[in-house]
Ligand binder design. Structure first.
Ligand code: NAD
Length: 477
């Protein structure tokens, strides 16, 4: 879908996120013909650069972090669309220059790719200098607060300068192809929705496993932990899309209203149903405490939990969530595990055949459905479970090149003015309202996370959490 010409200002345009994701993503959209004539990208950050130097920053970023597209001859043209203003978010330097650069008649979008403490000063100055108007959009990054109180304060700051319809809170998980496909599968097929409830679903697992540790950003992470860094936002968003009622339209507020209802229906989780972990030292690799340079850290690098949703659709169906660092593989998936057949007519078949719909976020974004068929050959009526696999890269084009990265898709949605895949302020607050008591409980009890061996599925207790219910985690692979 084409977009209107735009001026996109990236505050923090020289930072890690801009170089790693935003600039390479924009270049891919440029190649795809989605950056109309007359659109510009304006980097704005503290360091002094001119346009030519910023273009070199962008070229180096695309060469380092881009994929195949970095060889595309269009790079030079793309770089020509880039400009730069040295700006101080908390001072006056650079603002009149930025104001002079802005044009009328194009979409104005401002990406706040800076620390959240700068959101307020940026919003204020954008208004003071009349750079933002009633149609402008701002994009804000995670973390959106560290508890309910700080999230409310952040929302209030933004709301004093912008309407909710102008604020795009990014959760890049929502930009992933498979995550949107989850909605297509549920609401675009007759097959699944009738089964999507406690009558047919035994349980649901959501896993986001990483192999990296916190090295490099340990000091930041140590103040956050897996619950704040992953569960409150990314896992919660996945849970919402899986569990929500069908929205009447595929439209921003219709979808977000339904997600909000899910968060509000979450039961409080008691300590018995949560396991926190921290990775121990490996043979040649440091422990979490060494990585975070905090020898007495109680911060969790892993969390697993059993979550229940108190509504008609999901009564009695556990949602098992787990996420962690330094685990066995980098792998994220949502698995809907359907109930066993009530009765098998196949004599001697004692295996537990189950349909499992698994939605892979990485690696190899795709979907597979485990179905039971007859084992091929003359051996009689023996049953076997096989995957009906749809890897998007295979289905859509060689090397998956047609699957856009989450960031580029979301940035284009900002330009289009489509908020469907962005979190609304009340959603974020509701998620914190549910998370806060869990974290406060840990702090009150000075809860010590269980150590786990690197390259595994997390602490032993995480296995127990699900085994107790007669179930098992899916393999992380
Ligand atoms: P970074 O430290 O690499 O970059 C920060 C940028 O902000 C730099 O361009 C710097 O010049 C600019 N800046 C700092 N103070 C400024 C000021 N007073 N005035 C103007 N510009 C100023 O940070 P980052 O990793 O790019 O992260 C940016 C934001 O995105 C943070 O909120 C972070 O939590 C979030 N985020 C980052 C990642 C990631 O992969 N890096 C992922 C998710 C969210």
């Amino acid at each position: 879908i084409p977009v209107d010409p735009f001026d996109l200002v990236i505050f923090g345009g020289t930072g890690d996120l801009a170089r790693r994701k935003i600039l390479p993503g924009l270049f891919r959209r440029f190649i795809a013909g989605q950056m109309p004539e007359g659109s510009r990208i304006i980097g704005a950050a503290r360091s002094e650069h001119d346009d030519a130097e910023y273009r070199e920053v962008a070229r180096a970023a695309i060469e380092e972090f881009g994929g195949e597209e970095k060889k595309d001859p269009a790079l030079q043209d793309f770089l020509g669309r880039l400009h730069y203003v040295a700006i101080d978010a908390t001072g006056e330097g650079g603002w009149s220059q930025l104001s002079g650069l802005m044009r009328d008649g194009v979409v104005r979008a401002f990406y706040f790719s800076v620390a959240p403490s700068l959101f307020g000063p940026l919003a204020e100055r954008l208004h003071q200098h009349r750079i933002a108007d009633g149609d402008s959009r701002i994009v804000v990054e995670k973390p959106f607060g560290r508890d309910l109180e700080s999230a409310k304060a952040l929302n209030a700051t933004l709301a004093s300068h912008f309407d909710e319809r102008q604020i795009y809170r990014i959760d890049h998980y929502l930009g992933k192809e498979t995550v949107q496909n989850l909605m297509a599968i549920r609401f675009g097929n007759v097959l699944f929705e009738p089964l999507w409830n406690s009558h047919y679903v035994d349980h649901i697992q959501i896993t986001v496993a990483e192999t990296v540790g916190v090295g490099g950003r340990g000091a930041y992470y140590d103040k956050s932990g897996a619950m704040r860094d992953m569960v409150q936002n990314h896992l919660m968003q996945l849970l919402c899309l899986i569990a929500m009622e069908p929205p009447a339209q595929f439209e921003a507020d219709a979808v977000r209203d339904e997600k909000l209802k899910v968060i509000r229906a979450l039961q409080p989780v008691d300590a018995h149903h949560i396991v926190r972990g921290q990775y121990d030292a490996g043979e040649d690799s440091p422990s979490y405490r060494q990585d975070s340079e905090n020898p007495r850290s109680f911060t969790e690098s892993f969390v697993a939990m059993r979550v229940m949703i108190a509504n008609w659709r999901w009564a009695g169906v556990p949602f098992y969530l787990r996420t962690g660092k330094k685990l066995k593989a980098r792998s994220s998936e949502i698995a809907v595990v359907f109930k066993d057949l009530g009765h098998s007519m196949f004599e001697g078949d004692e295996a537990r055949h189950r349909n499992i719909l698994s939605i892979r976020l990485q690696p190899n974004e795709g979907i597979d459905l485990q179905v039971t068929i007859k084992e091929p050959g003359p051996g009689g009526m023996r049953l076997v479970d096989v995957p009906l696999d749809m890897t998007f890269a295979d289905a859509l084009g060689p090397d998956g090149e047609d699957v856009p990265d989450a960031y580029e898709r979301l940035i284009m949605d900002v330009i289009r003015g489509n908020q469907t895949l962005f979190m609304r302020g009340d959603e974020v607050e509701a998620a914190w309202a549910w998370t806060d008591p869990i974290i406060e409980g840990w702090e009150r009890r000075a809860d010590v996370p269980k150590l786990y061996e690197q390259g595994t599925g997390g602490p032993e207790d995480a296995q127990m959490l699900i085994h107790r219910d007669g179930r098992r985690w899916r393999d992380i692979k």
